[in-house]
Design a protein around this ligand. Structure first.
Ligand code: BTN
Length: 234
């Protein structure tokens, strides 16, 4: 059984779980407020009120076999939101969930040896005015029962964990079916350059397949890809 510990306030559920060296597989920390929420690329993640959850997965497979973990987490969270609130979200590669084009959820997966911390931040009954001005206009919130959503999240994370390898193909198909990035012009942003490309597909490892104007194709698995001109927060 997974073990859920709830907090009213915490620095960061990812950070706290990382510090719990003896924590077992299926340990879940969840808080309705974070003072030091962390996002991808070293950014902070504003967490005034919502569902901020971290789950520990201890997996023995080689990391190269778990590259799709972030993408599968997006599918699990999407399923949970649909079940708990009836809302259909879309996935922006690689790890954001959007509601009507605005960011509803971010995912940060951090791995160290065989320990993977799956961090999920969802705006739920969030006062969007409490978010920093620069993200406010790009953010959406769910209005739903937080406990119902929490139960659905844990249920779908458990299913994901059970099907992480055996269900990879089917889950990644579901990912691609709900990924708004596919078919759009994107910018492939690396430390060195920004290149425009067309997003073609997402492969089974979660890499984004893009085609550049010169016809060259590439599978992008790290760095940042943004959808151009469609969504305000990019
Ligand atoms: C992102 O959008 O950049 C990812 C945001 C991930 C936020 C979640 S909230 C729960 C967990 N604890 C953190 O400090 N971060 C993750």
């Amino acid at each position: 059984m997974w073990k859920i510990t709830k907090f009213d306030i915490i620095d960061s559920t990812n950070t706290a779980l990382k510090q719990m060296a003896d924590a077992k597989h299926g340990t879940v920390l969840v808080s309705s407020h974070q003072t030091g929420g962390r996002g991808r690329m070293g950014r902070s993640f504003s967490s005034p009120h919502g569902i901020y959850l971290s789950a520990l997965l201890i997996r023995q497979e080689a990391p190269s076999r778990l590259l799709h973990l972030t993408a599968m987490t997006a599918v699990a969270v999407r399923r949970a939101i649909l079940e708990a609130s009836g809302k259909n979200t879309q996935i922006k590669w690689v790890n954001d969930l959007l509601l009507e084009g605005k960011k509803l959820c971010g995912i940060l997966v951090e791995g160290n040896a065989d320990r993977y911390i799956v961090g999920i931040g969802i705006n739920c009954n969030t006062d969007l005015q409490a978010l920093p001005p620069e993200v406010r206009s790009m953010a959406a919130t769910l209005q739903c029962d937080e406990n119902t959503l929490l139960q659905a999240l844990v249920k779908h994370l458990m299913i994901m964990d059970a099907e992480l390898l055996s269900g990879q193909k089917a889950w990644m198909r579901e990912y691609a079916q709900n990924c708004i990035t596919i078919g759009n012009e994107v910018q492939v942003i690396s430390a060195k350059a920004r290149k425009q490309a067309l997003a073609l597909d997402v492969d089974d490892s979660g890499a984004l397949l893009v085609r550049y104007p010169d016809g060259r194709e590439e599978a992008v698995c790290s760095g940042e890809v943004s959808v151009r001109g469609l969504y305000g927060y990019i």
